[in-house]
Design a protein around this ligand. Structure first.
Ligand SMILES: Cc1cc2nc3c(=O)[nH]c(=O)nc-3n(C[C@H](O)[C@H](O)[C@H](O)COP(=O)(O)OP(=O)(O)OC[C@H]3O[C@@H](n4cnc5c(N)ncnc54)[C@H](O)[C@@H]3O)c2cc1C
Length: 477
């Protein structure tokens, strides 16, 4: 096909199974570009850990493209119109994103480009099914996961098969491009050494992570996924978030029929998690206030407590509750937190400390490598009880019994809370209950080298239940 095209990379930083890029590549020349949109407001800007990831992902993408990725900072509408003029572009392609601010911004950009006579085409490159494909029979969106799951898997066409990688020989670079380094995504202080050693951003790293999960983690996923020291989780979430891997590539990674149709329960459960991701995107697409507003409006009257000391202890992993502290330190040190621990650490913040879920959401947004507006907002509202299909508020995780169940020998705690590494299994989850001689033998001095619990678990649970009773009878408006 003649004419020059732009492919605008966004959350699809890959060459394979990239529907918009494949379409652009039908043209005689393709300008692959990335724009850091610094016009987005604070909440829309990405957090520090994600910036680290983005820096490396863009560097790898540029290498894959033979150095032909053009990079810009600023208002995408203005940058695209200027690029189109400068290079006599006829067609612009991108894969759709579903964050509300992006949906409205992209709509305006599309109109702007079309007004000046440029052909614009957008594709689905990041979801198995677009939000408007999985609806109730009456056309309304689902608010409960299980029927959504059934509808997606049983009554909807299977996800599209992945496309092959594009040939990059038609790629062209714009003369005014910046370098990845000049985006200044890497922080000034090197807090990320440990993160750097653990993660491999980019499409190749994503494929490696998928293959290693398929060969070593998937068998046993059902039993192992709740245990934070077991190697049964995929850790694909940042790769999926940045689109270094499409969910379709994961879905069809085991066979042409799709992972859901494989006979193992592990595969089925793993697919269920991918569909939780789809469900979160559906919620965000149809309920645009999800990141800011309680889905259940009765929570607007919830008596949240403002306590900067407690919030700081939670963020720093110094609550004196070992399982929570291990999770919060895992987050800080590795940019990831195991899903079960996310639920427990989040529950501790909103229920035992009575701190507004939006505070936790902000911290996760800054620290998680997989920080994702849909999954993070849905996850926090689920835990807080304010969301759709949420965990009931009165179900309050006990971090000690959860720890004993999912980290019996305290291996996770020993790894991230080294002050407690010599505690015997019996007391590692509740050192405040240990006799003095046990603490002494383990070199633990509560209040000195490890904190006393910042709240009493039993009392704070009661306080949470009575706070909830104040809004229990209220109707959602
Ligand atoms: C409070 C809270 C905040 C969260 N914030 C995020 C976030 O910002 N970004 C994010 O990707 N996930 C978030 N999650 C969901 C979940 O914890 C992570 O997706 C998961 O831990 C990622 O690890 P994994 O890739 O090894 O998951 P696996 O167990 O290997 O699952 C495979 C994939 O399925 C998807 N997935 C799994 N569980 C969920 C879920 N509950 N909701 C949505 N998608 C899911 C992810 O894309 C994941 O990579 C949050 C959960 C909670 C409770």
């Amino acid at each position: 096909m003649f004419g020059k095209a732009i492919h605008w990379f966004r959350q699809d930083l890959r060459l394979s199974d990239n529907p918009a890029l494949s379409e652009a590549n039908l043209h005689s020349e393709v300008f692959p570009i990335y724009i850091l949109d610094n016009h987005a407001s604070e909440t829309e800007n990405i957090g520090a850990a994600s910036q680290w990831w983005l820096h490396h992902s863009l560097t790898k993408l540029d290498q894959q493209l033979g150095g032909k990725l053009s990079i810009f900072v600023g208002d995408p509408g203005k940058i695209l119109t200027a690029l189109v003029k400068r290079n006599e572009i006829t067609h612009v392609f991108w894969n759709r994103c579903y964050e509300p601010w992006r949906v409205s911004r992209d709509k305006k950009i599309k109109e702007l480009l079309e007004k000046q006579g440029t052909f614009v085409q957008t594709k689905n490159g990041s979801l198995l099914w677009e939000p408007w494909r999985v609806l109730k029979k009456d056309g309304s969106p689902y608010k409960v996961f299980t029927p959504f799951y059934k509808r997606a898997c049983q009554d909807t066409d299977p996800p599209r098969q992945p496309l092959t990688a594009v040939d990059i020989r038609k790629s062209k670079k714009d003369v005014e491009t910046l370098s990845v380094d000049s985006l200044n995504l890497l922080p000034k202080t090197r807090w990320y050494d440990q993160i750097e050693a653990l993660w491999n951003p980019g499409e190749r790293g994503a494929k490696k992570a998928l293959n290693s999960f398929l060969s070593c983690g998937l068998a046993g996923y059902q039993l192992g996924r709740d245990f934070p020291v077991r190697e049964n989780i995929s850790k694909l979430s940042p790769h999926l978030h940045f689109g270094e891997l499409s969910p379709n590539e994961v879905w069809y990674s085991e066979s042409r029929e799709g992972i859901l149709n494989c006979s193992s329960d592990d595969g089925v459960l793993f697919c269920r998690q991918l569909i939780w991701r789809e469900f979160s995107y559906n919620l965000l697409y149809f309920f645009k206030d999800l990141p800011e507003e309680n889905f259940k409006s009765k929570f607007d009257r919830f008596p949240w407590v403002v306590n900067q000391n407690h919030l700081k202890s939670w963020k720093q992993g110094n609550t004196g509750i070992p399982f929570i502290d291990a999770g919060m330190r895992e987050l800080w040190q590795t940019g990831h937190m195991h899903n079960r621990v996310r639920m427990i650490a989040a529950s501790f913040l909103v229920k035992n400390l009575l701190i507004d879920w939006r505070e936790g959401q902000k911290w996760f947004w800054d620290c998680l490598l997989d920080a994702d507006l849909a999954s993070n907002s849905a996850g926090w509202q689920w835990v807080a009880g304010s969301g759709v299909d949420a965990a009931p508020y009165f179900r309050i995780f006990n971090p000690v019994s959860q720890g004993k169940k999912y980290d019996l020998e305290g291996l996770y705690i020993r790894k991230f809370v080294p002050e407690l590494s010599q505690m015997p299994n019996e007391f590692i989850h509740d050192p405040w209950n240990a006799p003095p001689e046990i603490l002494e033998k383990a070199n633990v001095i509560l209040g000195q080298n490890y904190s006393f619990p910042i709240v009493d678990l039993k009392e704070s649970r009661q306080r949470a239940l009575s706070a909830y009773s104040q809004i229990k009878g209220a109707k959602n408006l």
